[in-house]
Design a protein around this ligand. Structure first.
Ligand code: GDP
Length: 528
């Protein structure tokens, strides 16, 4: 075991921010990057978004809709920690993508709007975190505005998200009366000055709540704070590190991202507390990060990040060992050695060639379609990391070509877009049409725009009678063949050749499952 490797692992934090749109994720991201020195101008994250919009064709869809579709990776250094922040699409139609991004993080930060509380997308993303028991820190945002009472918010989080809340800081007033936050564990006070970017906030140590400094600084609100904390003692759970790591408890902070208030406090706790890269399950065994052998998996493919030269970048999370520029690795799916020469790493505003990377780091591998989601690379042993699924689509459309001579390009485009995880593609056993499947309908629009721009294919889509899908299998291959023979008109192969049942409705699906009890109907399929 190398001590450099151990040290590099222990100082890495790889995380994602989850929130409902408008809660303040972009604003918080920007402030975090400011602390990391990764950007030096507020507004840079937003303007970077805008730049990408302006120059990339298919992202026009994104721009028109005012939503964020793409995922970016941002790396920054804070204190002695190397932080990798994986941005996730906020719009629910791209939740499949978000899920896969969350397979590559070790922990998450959840942002909640203090006026709106737990919203629908927060609930969905939380479900995803729960599937992998991802430790979660909560940041309740926009305290500079009138919002709901803090205790009520904690109750709602516990109730709707089924996770215990342990407040580590406590707000003093809100809106016009917002005076700051009191840190319950470090026992100090940060005062809020409206309108000021309080980056270098003064931190005042208050050892005891009886300290008369409190009254001097907060006036009548000092007694409100005392009352709140007394109440809290009986009502809230004390923070337990183990519970946080097990994801059964979330530490909670309060602040105002736009005023950069409470952000550094959260970031300090985050780097100290959030778990470093941990072990990962592969098909054959558990891989620990401090193994000498380099290994990693691809969780996302993104095309057209730089429209100046049409590129396709696979995002790989390093799981064990170290990466060095130009190293040779085995591409296990293709059974081929490849040299990772042009790997890049993403800083907030820049991308750079990677010289070395360690577990938890995300590196970008430019490629022309040889890499797909779920691919595992390692230096020696054949490995395949698990837990990167496709989800059964809920929406379906038939693709119609305007120019039949473009069939080849259409096929190529659909297969590649399916490999990127942008859409799922099915080829019914009967007939010659392609059926697209998506978890969110906006995926269809993005796919059409990309088919046109990148593959020169003018296609349209129309409704099709399907409403649910399940991957089917049966250990008894004779039974499976019989099933297939009897149901050709509702069966299809997906882009990877897996047999799929396309049902007209949920009701039909249930009926069918009862009718064929020996057949397995799967809602998710591991990417092969
Ligand atoms: P996202 O959709 O979650 O990325 O949210 P944004 O970061 O884009 O923020 C949504 C809106 O809320 C923007 O208009 C922000 O300026 C605003 N906002 C973010 N944080 C705060 C805050 O702390 N206080 C107030 N009053 N507004 C905020």
């Amino acid at each position: 075991m190398s001590s450099t490797l151990d040290r590099e692992i222990s100082r890495r934090r790889t995380f994602g921010i989850i929130s409902h749109p408008d809660a303040g994720k972009t604003t918080l991201t920007e402030k975090l990057l400011l602390f990391g020195g990764a950007i030096n101008l507020a507004g840079a994250v937003k303007s970077r978004k805008a730049e990408r919009h302006a120059t990339s064709d298919w992202m026009k869809v994104e721009q028109e809709r005012g939503i964020s579709v793409t995922t970016s990776v941002m790396k920054f250094t804070y204190r002695d920690y190397e932080v990798n922040l994986l941005d996730t699409p906020g719009h629910q139609d791209f939740s499949e993508d978000t899920y896969r991004v969350l397979t590559a993080v070790d922990s998450a930060v959840m942002v909640i709007d203090s006026a709106k509380g737990v919203e629908t997308q927060t609930e969905k993303l939380m479900e995803v975190c729960r599937m992998r028991n991802t430790p979660l820190i909560t940041f309740i945002n926009k305290l500079d505005r009138e919002g709901r009472s803090p205790l009520e918010l904690l109750d709602e989080i516990e109730d709707k998200l089924q996770i215990e809340c342990a407040p580590l800081s406590w707000p003093i007033g809100m809106g016009k009366r917002f005076r700051g936050v009191y840190n319950l564990y470090r026992k100090n006070l940060r005062l809020f000055t409206p309108g000021a970017e309080t980056r270098d906030q003064q931190v005042i140590t208050i050892d005891s709540l009886d300290d008369p400094q409190l009254d001097r600084l907060l006036g009548a609100q000092a007694d409100d704070l005392r009352e709140d904390l007394e109440l809290l003692e009986g009502a809230a759970s004390p923070f337990t590190y183990q519970q946080y790591l097990k994801a059964s408890q979330t530490p909670v902070f309060f602040g105002s991202a736009i005023n950069n208030f409470g952000v550094q406090e959260m970031l300090d706790t985050f780097v100290e507390m959030a778990p470093p890269p941990g072990p990962r399950q592969s098909e054959t065994r558990v891989v620990t990060p401090n193994e000498e052998q380099f290994s990693g998996f691809v969780f996302k493919i993104q095309a057209n990040m730089n429209p100046a030269h049409r590129d396709r970048i696979a995002f790989l999370r390093v799981c064990s060992g170290s990466f060095t520029k130009g190293m040779k690795v085995r591409h296990h799916r293709l059974n081929k050695d490849i040299t990772l020469a042009g790997a890049i790493i993403f800083m907030a505003q820049d991308r750079e060639h990677v010289e070395e990377a360690w577990p938890g780091d995300i590196i970008g591998l430019p490629n022309h379609g040889t890499i797909k989601i779920g691919d595992t690379f390692s230096t020696k042993e054949p490995l395949k990391f698990t837990g990167i699924p496709n989800f059964a689509p809920e929406h379906f459309r038939r693709v119609l070509l305007k120019n039949p001579l473009k069939l080849k390009q259409l096929q190529k485009g659909l297969v590649q877009l399916a490999e990127e995880g942008a859409i799922q593609v099915f080829r019914p056993l009967v007939g010659s049409d392609y059926v697209m499947g998506a978890v969110g309908v906006l995926q269809f629009e993005v796919t059409m725009a990309r088919l046109k721009n990148e593959y020169g294919v003018d296609a349209i889509y129309e409704p099709v009678r399907f409403g649910a899908a399940r991957w089917v299998d049966c250990p008894d291959k004779k039974k499976l063949a019989r099933f297939e023979q009897a149901n050709q008109h509702v069966l299809a192969y997906d882009a990877e050749g897996f047999l799929t049942y396309l049902a007209e409705s949920e009701w039909m699906l249930r009926f069918f499952m009862e009718k064929w009890p020996d057949i397995e109907f799967r809602k998710t399929r591991e990417i092969t």
